[in-house]
Design a protein around this ligand. Structure first.
Ligand code: DQA
Length: 160
């Protein structure tokens, strides 16, 4: 399936955050740091703006809502930066939704280094579809994710 042309000027980057990330800054600051989700949104907004782009920043504690938002991104967005949080390790539904987004740049972000943590965090369903995976860079990982989505979108647009 070919995708209609989308540009930085017209299509926002969807930045999706899974369960418990609304508590960022309050929840296990030793693991996730003191920055809040509002700080992450500001960082993503600044990063996209440097390229003439925008972000559509969302958080949900509900798997189905995240699935619905990925369906939206499939139609209207430049790409997806996603921190699926605990759903990374459990959700075939998120993987299936992302697999329905042919050609859409997808970057998975984890604030903590999941590979240095419990064994159940070492596997992510979403990683099977993600074009790139960033872990252990703190909230800076989101900026890297936005940068990478921009680069992939430009690259893919040039390739036709
Ligand atoms: C997380 C890592 C996940 O294992 C965890 O369930 C989260 C956050 C991270 O950003 O480091 O909620 O995705």
């Amino acid at each position: 399936m070919t995708r209609p042309a989308r540009s930085l000027a017209t299509a926002p980057i969807m930045v999706l955050n899974g369960p418990n990330l609304n508590l960022l800054g309050l929840r296990q600051p030793d693991v996730y740091g003191h920055a809040t989700l509002a700080d992450v949104e500001a960082l993503c907004t600044r990063t996209a703006a440097a390229h003439g782009g925008t972000v559509d920043f969302r958080q949900s504690n509900h798997e189905g809502e995240l699935v619905d938002w990925i369906h939206e991104a499939r139609l209207d967005h430049l790409g997806v930066v996603i921190n699926p949080a605990a759903y990374s390790h459990t959700s075939v539904a998120l993987l299936d939704a992302l697999n329905a987004c042919d050609g859409l740049p997808v970057v998975e972000v984890h604030i903590s280094n999941v590979h240095r943590r419990e064994a159940f965090r070492h596997h992510s369903y979403v990683s099977q579809r993600a074009d790139g995976v960033i872990a252990g860079c703190g909230i800076q990982g989101y900026a890297f994710g936005v940068e990478r989505v921009v680069a992939l979108a430009v690259e893919r647009a040039a390739a036709g």
